[in-house]
Design a protein around this ligand. Structure first.
Ligand code: GTP
Length: 164
């Protein structure tokens, strides 16, 4: 229901939890069936701030200890970028889309941290840069997909009924 007519879908998993990527495929991919035919898909591995290989608060790389300073111990990263790329390619297959007609997998797979903000702006700016021109073009070309009830005229009064 939420995906109906969607121009872009962001599928998010936890980089420290391999099962979360599998669940995207098993449980959530089918939910995108009602998205628009040329819908864009972004695959987002979140919570990189918790993983051993992830960036620190300022975006710098840190070691397994989490950069010191009492930070939570880092977790071994369970999902690698290439796993996300493979999942993106599975989506294209599922949607019967040709790789030539869609943005490259590497462009649509991100690793983020909602906690530190790492790559969050990049994710949304990349998607908006792709989606907004498409939406503007659709609006310019076709009739609106919604009905403006404020502009519709009231039905003409007709005389009817048993006493008319
Ligand atoms: N460290 C860290 N915690 C996060 C991040 N994003 C979300 N969380 C935390 O993860 C928990 C679940 O976040 P939700 O936004 O509810 O995500 P969800 O997909 O509904 O839940 P989960 O499947 O449990 O991750 C919350 O405690 C969040 O604060 C992140 O990038 N880094």
């Amino acid at each position: 229901m939420y995906c109906r007519g969607a121009a872009a879908v962001i599928l998010t998993y936890d980089v420290n939890h391999a099962q979360s990527l599998l669940e995207l495929e098993d449980r959530f991919l089918g939910l995108t069936d009602t998205a628009s035919a040329d819908c864009l898909f972004a695959i987002v591995g979140n919570k990189v701030d918790l993983s051993e290989e992830g960036p620190g608060e300022g975006g710098q790389e840190v070691g397994p200890a989490g950069g010191g300073g009492g930070a939570a111990p880092r977790l071994p990263k369970q999902v690698q970028p290439e796993d996300a790329v493979a999942f993106y390619k599975k989506i294209l297959k599922y949607k019967m889309l040709d790789e030539k007609d869609v943005p490259a997998a590497e462009q649509m797979c991100f690793e983020t941290s909602a906690k530190t903000g790492h790559n969050v702006d990049l994710l949304f700016e990349t998607l908006f840069d792709m989606v907004v021109p498409v939406i503007l073009q659709q609006r310019a070309q076709g009739p609106p997909q919604t009905v403006d009830i404020a502009s519709s005229r009231p039905p003409a009064r007709t005389r009817s009924g048993c006493c008319a």
